[in-house]
Design a protein around this ligand. Structure first.
Ligand code: HEM
Length: 493
């Protein structure tokens, strides 16, 4: 009962604040179209927000921007490719990242790492990350994890498999190995390793939309909040231990190098690369910064990639002719034996690559938040200083101006050079753009291609007869897009 009372108090407070803010907005001339407050609140509390916040009416495409109140703040959402260009390509200090309330789980877990840092701190993170990501690209590590997945799936294959869950295990394993040379063992047994269970508790809290709307809930002494805090503490201990280990490893390597015992390898773990780069550049990166960056890479690269591959696997299950076309292509390039594709072979997989692109168009990561440092004009709208801006990649990716049958999953749209050339450059921004674009973009695309290609050789798959996803992919209620219980029937070929 008390939870309803709390909700009611917060509700009244929020409505009041909503009303009071109206006077401030009027100072700035033409009013930005506004999504009514109650439906937004309702959709956030009860179901996926995508219907109300992302599948927007035509009038918002006309204005290119709309406003919605989520909890204590107004969010201005950009749905125009031109406005997206303006905000994403400017100097990073002009439109810095919006810092969420410090009480929010997302801020507690991500800290001041590369994803949310601004100014000089971000520049240092980025300078160290760029070369580290280039050195960490390894089809071999990714492919080996897929081979482990096949072994794991052989005992599960008699029943439908929750593919998003499975892909999370794959991407966690890949990231663990690539980021800090650690195998979580998510594909070794059905029992989830303790640290991965903790990570999932953290993610659940980070992704809970109502907590963004009512940040006060994070302060309550609830069991859920306590479990979250304990999980973050345990995860931190785990990361700090790895950092110490890797520092020791690096020191040993240096000794070996001095005595010429060690050959340098082409691929390198992210953590080691960052430590090396910080020494070379004479940048003193502290333990907390390393911790923050490792959690940032780990978290930013896991759910996003899992969602994108889940969507590809879903559409290939729904359209068997697409699945056949993709498989024929993979077999013609790689052969019909299970093996890890090379980088050159991946480039040749034009149709598979089109599937990856189309999945990223349909379900990008809805998470680009910025804050204005001064009043700024977007077309005929002048937004006040401190306005929080959200770029809706999803709405831009479904703008009928650029996308015919925007809600149709159609890889063919990526195969016509003419169609691609005629599109607005900012009508497709799954990895954002400009100085703060996704640092893991190449990494994720490689991972998606490898997993899809190897799955296509090993399995055929379909939707179970009673699937809730028969008509379209049903999403669950989370901050990022993720499918709701997406079960798939796999069969070895
Ligand atoms: C399908 C997969 C992925 C998608 C759709 C995606 C999307 C994005 C987007 C839209 C941003 C900009 C966020 C913002 O402006 O607030 C971003 C940033 C970032 N992504 Fe990704 N990402 C993916 C995979 C990855 C992977 C695999 C990694 C790392 C292993 C990664 C690491 C990062 C980092 C560190 C940033 C922050 C960059 C900065 O601010 O300088 N992402 N990503």
């Amino acid at each position: 009962m008390w939870i309803y009372i709390i909700f009611f108090i917060i509700f009244v407070y929020t409505v009041q604040k909503n009303f009071l803010n109206k006077t401030r907005d009027k100072i700035f001339g033409k009013e930005v179209p506004k999504v009514p407050f109650i439906p937004v609140l309702w959709s956030i509390l009860t179901g996926p927000h995508v219907e109300i916040l992302e599948n927007i009416p035509e009038e918002y495409y006309q204005s290119g921007i709309y406003k919605a109140r989520l909890g204590p703040n107004d969010y201005y959402t950009i749905v125009s490719a031109d406005f997206a260009r303006k905000i994403l390509t400017e100097q990073e200090d002009k439109f810095p990242k919006y810092k969420f309330n410090n009480e929010l789980p997302v801020q507690k877990f991500y800290g001041n790492g590369i994803v949310f840092a601004n100014g000089d701190k971000w520049r240092v993170h980025r300078k160290l990350s760029n070369p580290a990501f280039n050195r960490s690209l390894s089809p071999k590590v990714m492919g080996d994890v897929v081979l482990d997945t096949f072994k794991y799936m052989s005992s599960e294959i008699h029943k439908p498999i929750d593919i998003y869950e499975m892909l999370q295990h794959i991407t966690i394993e890949v990231l663990g190995q690539v980021a800090f040379g650690y195998s979580f063992g998510t594909l070794k047994s059905k029992e989830l390793p303790d640290i991965v269970r903790k990570y999932k508790i953290i993610l659940n809290q980070v992704e809970s939309y109502p907590l963004y709307v009512f940040p006060y809930l994070n302060k309550l002494p609830t069991k859920r909040n306590r479990i979250f805090q304990e999980a973050v503490k345990d995860f931190d201990e785990f990361i700090y231990e790895i950092i110490e280990l890797k520092k020791l490893e690096l020191a040993k390597r240096k000794e070996c190098k001095e005595s010429n015992e060690r050959k340098t390898s082409d691929n390198e773990e992210l953590l080691i690369s960052m430590l090396e780069a910080s020494e070379q550049e004479n940048i003193n990166i502290g333990k907390k910064d390393l911790r923050d960056n490792m959690t940032n890479f780990f978290s930013a690269g896991n759910d996003t990639t899992s969602m994108s591959i889940s969507s590809s696997i879903y559409y290939l299950a729904r359209y068997p002719e697409m699945q056949k076309k993709a498989r024929d292509e993979v077999i013609s390039v790689i052969g019909d034996e299970i093996k890890i594709p090379t980088v050159d072979q991946l480039k040749e997989l034009k149709y598979v690559n089109a599937i990856v692109k189309e999945s990223l168009r349909r379900f990008p990561a809805p998470m680009t938040y910025r804050q204005l440092q001064e009043p700024t004009k977007f077309g005929e709208y002048l937004l006040p200083e401190k306005s929080i801006i959200r770029v809706s990649n999803y709405s831009i990716h479904h703008d009928p101006k650029y996308w015919k049958n925007a809600h149709k999953f159609d890889p063919e749209r990526w195969l016509s050079k003419e169609k691609i050339d005629n599109r607005h450059t900012f009508s497709y921004i799954p990895f954002s753009a400009g100085p703060r674009n996704c640092v893991g973009q190449t990494f994720s695309i490689m991972e998606q291609r490898i997993i899809l290609a190897m799955f296509l050789i090993k399995y055929e798959w379909s939707l179970p007869r009673n699937s809730i996803h028969k008509e379209d992919l049903v999403l669950s209620n989370a901050f990022l897009f993720r499918p709701k219980n997406l079960e798939i029937n796999f069969q070895e070929r």
